[in-house]
Design a protein around this ligand. Structure first.
Ligand code: ADP
Ligand code: S3P
Length: 253
């Protein structure tokens, strides 16, 4: 005897970039797939009909994105671009929040409290930030060092912007980053990377950045890799749906 088949009524209307859709902040749209693998979203020579970043929100179901990497790797600038393109996510920067919360600049905190004191505040800020949803978070370069911070980072998707110190040094030379106030900042960057590489490698995504990639190109690489990551790590409902269908059952919402 065959199990009864039930009707599937699933409105998946999108409204952005020429498409009709429900606001993804209102309703998690289970019908959105990887736009890079969907020829229906391609518009011939002109590229895509819809910004693929705009389709990340509905697929992430509120999960935060955490950017990690060395100072100057582009976490704040790329994070901001990605959040703006997504449209439904807010951008947060842990260093910026620390400065607002303490009323002190990062160098002032290092001067007054030392690196230890700064790391304490940094962890406290991450504790509060991780309980929000739909955020793109740029973290300070050393936040990955404390293993306890990873229990918060892992509630979201962690993205490592992997940039060689030789590229970074041109961006950060002459800035007031306390750890680079040394005789040889390039050597310091190399030493820090050596110390931290294992930690950064714990990220879900690693974006290798070459000198010719500007911020927009890095952001696009992040968006593409995120869609692939979501494909490879489907949410529980998708696995249940596949199983139901392979068992000959219709999927009802
Ligand atoms: N891909 C890139 N190409 C060129 N300059 C970049 C790129 N990404 C970031 N920058 C620049 O490098 C500097 C440091 O970037 P920032 O986003 O503040 O890094 P982080 O937040 O990781 O410390 C900024 O002046 C930024 O505009
Ligand atoms: O690498 C680090 O230890 C640090 C990186 C800085 O943030 P950015 O990575 O945003 O520059 C800031 O948190 C502080 O100067 C310490």
């Amino acid at each position: 005897f065959a199990p009864p088949k039930m009707a599937v009524i699933r409105p998946t209307k999108l409204m952005a970039g020429g498409f009709e859709w429900e606001d993804p902040t209102e309703q998690f749209d289970q019908g959105v797939d990887n736009p890079f693998k969907n020829p229906g979203l391609m518009d011939g020579e002109e590229g895509m009909k819809v910004d693929p970043a705009r389709l990340l929100g509905p697929r992430l179901n509120g999960s935060n994105l955490y950017f990690v990497g060395m100072m100057g790797s582009g976490k704040s600038s790329v994070g901001d671009v990605v959040a703006r393109r997504m449209g439904t996510y807010n951008f947060l920067d842990t260093d910026g929040i620390i400065e607002k919360a303490t009323g002190m600049s990062i160098p002032e905190i290092f001067d007054a409290e030392g690196e230890e004191g700064f790391r304490e505040v940094e962890s406290q800020i991450l504790d509060s930030v991780h309980s929000y949803v739909r955020c793109v978070v740029s973290t300070g370069g050393g936040l990955v060092c404390k293993q306890t911070n990873w229990s918060k980072l892992q509630t979201g998707i962690v993205i490592w912007l992997d940039v060689e110190p030789e590229i970074i040094i041109k961006r950060v030379e002459g800035t007031d980053r306390p750890l680079l106030q040394t005789e040889d900042p390039l050597q310091k960057l190399n030493d820090l990377l050596e110390e931290r590489k294992d930690k950064y490698s714990q990220a879900d995504l690693r974006i290798e950045i070459t000198e010719d990639m500007d911020e927009e190109e890095v952001a696009q690489a992040v968006v593409r890799d995120l869609h692939d990551f979501i494909d490879e790590n489907p949410p529980a409902w998708k696995i249940a749906k596949q199983k139901a269908q392979s068992d000959g059952l219709d999927w009802v919402q």
